[in-house]
Design a protein. Structure first.
Length: 564
């Protein structure tokens, strides 16, 4: 039976907007409980071994992965906007942690662990701050090709970083430990086979159990198989992370990168997999920020939304954020009761979990698509990919974003411009290059400007028109009238307006009339306020290109063009 809706006052409505659990918990339906419990349990079974594996990727003891997968999930359920997104440790953020913190401290030291915990809190503060100032739109600067190039390169780096654990030693210096190699390859084979034969199976848990039992029964740790060893049992003691201002300044670029990348991952995953509920970007920033801040308070490290876990969560029937609360509670139960069972867990199994998880990050499909659709964006993907491999994770994504923004600026300053002709038997005008049978009219040049007109592309318009005037019309005759199809111009700034006034004056001196067609209201209003509309006169503005060309013909005293 549906619970009655609570009375919503304006103040409560505002509170509910920023604390989404208040929107669904008071009216929670009992019918949703079995599905949420089932989804929470299924996701927890998958998350526990993954969290330990990703902590190892981050250079941290596995217990910190479990810390990051416990109470932070409950915080996200309270403040997050998606009811199906499954947050927790992920490969990308783990690698960013390893790169950023590894530059300041030695892996395995207390200093290293302390910096990783502080980094989680920094990420949380950044994300909450961005959410409060409504900066969710900033994710738009991370274009899909840039993200694809970044994640593909990062996947290779992640896989390479796990070779030593999979082989049982440095392959160039020490060679492989055969029992470790056998466990690692067998784990990869089982994970790949289960993914194809039974996608819903808890693959990671299966190899964790099998690997642990084999090592324990055969005493393979005595033959050089690296194991997780003692995993502390019990809950983390909450507290503020140690604050090292010098280290915080050094980690700030990494924190910003993780804040954006984890936000981008969460938004993309929530839209792609958990699309049954609307995801609000600014509230999502606050939800992720709260989860990361709590991760810092309980000795975890930065987290994000995981694609595979979210897919499992949604497929298992998660209907509300209660599924995430159940998952977090089960990880807490694992911390309290089950961590001794992980003592003989071989690190090669965790490496296999990581490597098979990141195989899917290499985005061949995007490369094929961009090769067919837009090769300039493929160049952005390739540049980001190469920069990430050559310069590093943070530097690679920075290069990709900057290159993407630069290309955007270049395209804005050199927008598409078309010379138009009249399609036979119609009053429709289209680009001559695409419609060679379209007719042009002596002395009249019709052009379309496909962009907003602002200071950045004024020079391009002026130079393009000068070149067209010098070339003459399609017959090589002098141009006596220019018709600008303004249907695609949705903005006109003061610089562009001034340029149009100068263009009108210079064309007038050359005996060329200037006409406009399909001018939008906001653009026409700017022209009126600046005086350009009055200088040109009402007869220079027309609803269609055809009407404007007719007027140009009449004003020139020609009869070549007749109304259809």
């Amino acid at each position: 039976m549906r619970q009655p809706e609570p009375v919503v006052t304006p103040r409560y409505a505002r509170l509910r907007a920023w604390v989404p659990i208040l929107a669904w918990l008071p009216s929670y339906q009992r019918a949703d409980l079995p599905a949420d419990l089932r989804a929470g349990l299924t996701t927890a079974v998958m998350l526990v071994p993954q969290a330990m594996a990703y902590a190892m990727l981050a250079g941290l003891p596995p217990i910190h992965g479990l810390y990051a997968a416990s109470f932070p999930l409950i915080a996200y359920a309270v403040f997050g906007s998606s009811r199906q997104l499954a947050v927790g440790p992920v490969a990308m953020d783990s690698l960013l942690v390893a790169v950023g913190v590894g530059a300041l401290a030695t892996v395995g030291t207390e200093t290293y662990v302390g910096y990783a915990i502080m980094l989680a809190a920094m990420v949380g503060v950044i994300q909450i701050g961005l959410g409060l100032v409504h900066a969710g739109f900033l994710v738009n600067f991370l274009s899909r090709p840039v993200i694809s190039g970044f994640t593909s390169a990062a996947a290779l780096l992640i896989a390479l970083s796990q070779l030593e654990h999979l082989l049982g030693g440095d392959p160039l210096r020490d060679g492989a430990n055969l029992p470790t190699l056998a466990i690692g390859l067998a784990s990869v084979a089982i994970l790949v086979a289960l993914a194809k034969l039974k996608p819903t199976a808890p693959r990671a848990l299966v190899v964790v159990v099998l690997g642990t039992v084999v090592v324990w029964l055969a005493n393979l740790d005595e033959l050089g198989v690296a194991i997780v060893g003692s995993v502390p049992r019990g809950l983390p003691r909450p507290g503020l992370p140690s604050l090292d201002l010098a280290a915080a300044r050094a980690l700030l670029p990494t924190a910003v990168a993780i804040a954006f990348v984890s936000f981008m991952e969460a938004i993309a995953v929530a839209k792609a997999v958990a699309g049954r509920t609307k995801v609000a970007p600014n509230r999502e920033l606050i939800g992720l920020g709260a989860a990361n801040l709590v991760a810092g308070l309980v000795r975890g490290y930065p987290i994000a939304g995981g694609l595979s876990r979210t897919a499992v969560n949604a497929q298992a029937g998660a209907r509300t954020g209660l599924a995430g609360i159940v998952t977090g509670a089960l990880v807490v139960l694992t911390l309290v009761l089950l961590t001794p069972l992980f003592h003989y867990l071989p690190k090669a199994v965790l490496a296999a979990i990581i490597m098979t998880a990141v195989f899917g990050l290499v985005d061949f499909a995007m490369v094929r698509r961009l090769w067919k659709v837009e090769r300039s964006e493929l160049a952005m993907l390739a540049l980001t990919f190469a920069a990430t491999l050559a310069l590093g994770i943070v530097e690679g994504i920075a290069v990709g974003v900057l290159a993407s923004m630069l290309w955007f600026v270049i395209r804005q300053t050199r927008p598409h411009m078309a010379v138009l002709g009249q399609l036979p038997g119609t009053t429709v005008y289209r680009k001559l290059e695409h419609f060679p049978d379209a007719a042009t009219h002596p002395g009249v040049l019709a052009v379309r400007f496909d962009s907003q007109f602002y200071f950045g592309n004024v020079d391009f318009l002026e130079r393009t028109l000068e070149a067209l005037l010098e070339a003459g019309d399609a017959r090589g005759e002098p141009v006596r009238a220019i018709v600008i199809d303004a249907s695609a111009i949705n903005r006109l700034d003061s610089s562009a307006d001034a340029a149009l006034q100068e263009l009108h004056a210079s064309l007038g001196e050359a005996g060329v009339r200037l006409y406009f067609a399909s001018v939008k209201g906001p653009v026409r209003e700017i022209m009126r306020r600046s005086g350009l509309h009055e200088r040109l006169g009402e007869r220079r503005f027309w609803l269609t290109v055809h009407d404007a060309v007719l007027a140009a013909e009449r004003d020139a005293g020609r009869g070549d063009l007749q109304p259809i």
